[in-house]
Design a protein around this ligand. Structure first.
Ligand code: AMP
Length: 229
């Protein structure tokens, strides 16, 4: 059975980038609420319409809706491969909803990994972040530039700055996140699932630290095959 992992951490801590690397290199299925919502908004679906007024202002989408949308994507096949959840859960209510769902399937969460980062690093990263308007891949003008400026390496889509990465919204997101984070960290600490990972430095360094953590914890069973030592 695959590893079921939640990534926690403030905006800019690198959850999306690490989750993308765990998907591409270790075969875990990456599910991101933020990415999912942005795609629904750009496709103008009914769900997109319901969440856009929250997302564009950096506010949290109501728990019941987020839990319903995310658990509907946790299919048995994906759970077998292993999943890495990025941006979900964000509140204790969501964490409880996720736990209830996974317990019903007898596939409880394996770990919650908190990406710890300094404030200076967070602001610098969010300042230069770009995402692909087509496939959602994440880049950074300095730390993770695409091969061709403004163009996605994976699908050749156009890179854009997310609306909620603009300065006023970034500050609001960091405030909302700080207020929400502590109870969630306490929740996973009390369940002995929380692990802290130093998320300062390059994405390669953070990925190596994550693999080191997985090995120390003995989470390197198939199908989440870790790279050879
Ligand atoms: P992110 O890409 O994770 O920073 O998410 C972008 C925006 O999507 C957030 O500012 C929220 O408006 C919304 N969002 C993403 N994940 C959640 C969640 N788990 N609960 C509520 N709102 C969310």
């Amino acid at each position: 059975m695959g590893l079921r992992l939640v990534l926690l951490g403030p905006p800019g801590s690198g959850k999306g980038t690490l989750a993308q690397m765990l998907d591409e290199r270790l075969g875990l299925v990456h599910l991101s609420t933020g990415e999912l919502f942005r795609q629904e908004i750009s496709r103008r679906t009914a769900l997109g319409g319901r969440v856009s007024r929250y997302v564009s202002r950096g506010l949290l989408v109501p728990d019941a809706l987020v839990v319903r949308v995310m658990t509907s994507r946790l299919t048995p096949g994906r759970l077998r491969r292993g999943i890495v959840l990025d941006g979900f859960p964000r509140t204790v209510g969501q964490a409880e909803g996720l736990d209830r769902f996974l317990r019903r399937l007898r596939q409880p969460l394996g770990a919650a990994v908190y990406l710890a980062c300094s404030n200076a690093v967070l602001l610098a990263r969010l300042g230069g972040r770009q995402v692909c308007s087509r496939c959602g891949a994440i880049y950074h003008v300095r730390n993770l530039p695409p091969r061709r400026r403004g163009i996605c390496d994976r699908c050749h889509g156009k890179l854009v700055v997310r609306r909620d990465d603009r300065v006023a919204t970034v500050k609001k997101r960091l405030q909302v996140d700080t207020a929400q984070a502590k109870p969630l960290l306490d929740y996973y600490t009390s369940r002995r699932l929380l692990h802290r990972l130093n998320a300062n430095g390059s994405s390669e360094h953070v990925f190596k630290r994550a693999v080191g953590l997985f090995r120390r914890q003995g989470w390197d069973d198939p199908p989440t095959c870790l790279p050879r030592r």
